[in-house]
Design a protein around this ligand. Structure first.
Ligand code: PLP
Length: 385
């Protein structure tokens, strides 16, 4: 009989040889535009903290206050006794903020997507997924045991044909709103129209759109001036909103069904109240002052204008700006060269992106100064020359 450890060793060796073995960097600072990692100060273009809220004084104060009033752990799943006042208030705030009737707080975006898809889909359902969707939408579809149909990225003709050919009792289209490794935005009005025509749910994952898209950062629904009772909207709190967790929002009917049935909701401890309170504070901040969102938009525009001649730069209007290098080695060596200059820009490699499209993935933040953006662009231009 084979030693099961041998297969694991062989797997790790294969990762190593393929340049695909990942290593973590230990941060000795808060998440911010400037961080300290491995004793070294770095200008950070790697985080999803798009608005610089992860260490914002308002969010810190809200978290401290929640700890003082509600303690650290929630102590139970939400349906047992873990749903505290800050969770309830956060849900009401999210619903208002994104303009949907009701919202439900989850422990993470990953758990939320598993919860949505396993609640709405079963063995008799068809789930249609964009090829470039985030892994957790795919995992949710797989776990639901529905038939999973992956359509070519953003190919809505192909999606329309697949929907027309489906005779499933339940149809669900699942799409990233902002594609996490490319930064492009899904055509939500066209997706809504298709879902209405073919009686399907539209699950929209706005992890990278909330706080980023729309003039006031309300996300893809504001950006596309679009709403529909078909939409099941998911947005995370751990990216632009600077906290942790996620919410699912939509019609009262579908949110109530998810609350009753979603296993990641029912069988998992509620978020700490401080995470909910910090996320609420982020929404208050954005409602009072759209200046933070506008600062991010200004940095995106500055980067795009300065970097337009870089080979491999993909079209993106969001905080995610990919520059395709090709092989994992090419992306890694470009990332290492930037690191030597104190610039942290991650190399993204398979399986996160398709083979042959390894890339540098620049994440911009409202907390970057114009000089930070200029410094990055000139380093990228020199590296490419
Ligand atoms: C980060 C991310 C998630 C997962 O959210 P977490 O709260 O980090 O679990 C889901 N979908 C997309 C598109 C993401 O980028």
């Amino acid at each position: 009989m084979a030693d099961p450890r041998a297969a694991v060793e062989a797997g790790l060796d294969a990762l190593e040889r393929g340049g695909l073995r990942r290593e973590r960097r230990v941060l000795d600072s808060p998440q911010a535009a400037r961080i300290v990692a491995g004793g070294k100060p770095l200008l950070n273009f790697a985080s999803n903290d798009y608005l610089g809220l992860a260490n914002h004084p308002r969010l810190r104060a809200a978290a401290h206050e929640a700890i003082d009033r509600y303690g650290v752990g929630s102590g139970a799943s939400p349906l047992v006794v873990g749903h505290q006042r800050p969770h309830q208030e956060a849900e009401e705030k999210f619903a208002r903020f994104c303009g949907l009737p009701r919202a439900l707080l989850f422990g993470s975006g990953y758990a939320a997507n598993l919860g949505i898809l396993t609640t709405l889909a079963d063995r008799h359902a068809d789930v249609f997924c964009d090829k470039l969707n985030h892994a957790c939408l795919n995992d949710g579809a797989l776990l639901s045991r529905a038939r999973m149909v992956r359509y070519p990225h953003a190919d809505l003709d192909a999606l329309g044909r697949a929907l027309a050919a489906s005779s499933a009792s339940t149809r669900i289209v699942a799409s990233d709103a902002v594609f996490s490794m490319d930064g492009d935005v899904a055509d939500v009005p066209a997706l809504v129209a298709l879902c209405e025509r073919h009686d399907a749910w539209l699950v929209l994952d706005d992890a990278h759109g909330i706080g980023v898209l729309g003039a006031s950062g309300r996300g893809v629904l504001e950006h596309s001036a679009c709403s529909s009772g078909r939409v099941v909207y998911m947005a995370t709190l751990g990216k632009a909103l600077g906290s942790h967790g996620a919410f699912v929002a939509g019609s009262p009917l579908v949110v109530e069904w998810i609350l009753q049935r979603a296993r990641p909701y029912i069988f998992s401890t509620a978020l700490p109240a401080m995470a909910a309170a910090a996320a609420s504070a982020a929404l208050d901040l954005l409602e009072e002052d759209a200046g933070i969102v506008q600062a991010l938009h200004a940095n995106i525009a500055r980067f795009r204008a300065a970097a337009s001649r870089l080979a491999g730069l993909r079209a993106s209007r969001t905080a995610i700006q990919p520059i395709i290098a090709g092989s994992p080695e090419a992306a890694l060596s470009a990332s290492r060269r930037l690191l030597e200059r104190g610039l942290l820009v991650p190399a993204i490699r398979p399986p996160t992106v398709p083979p042959g499209t390894s890339r540098l993935r620049v994440s911009l933040s409202a907390a970057h100064s114009a000089e930070d953006v200029d410094l990055l662009v000139s380093a990228l231009a020199e590296g490419a020359a």
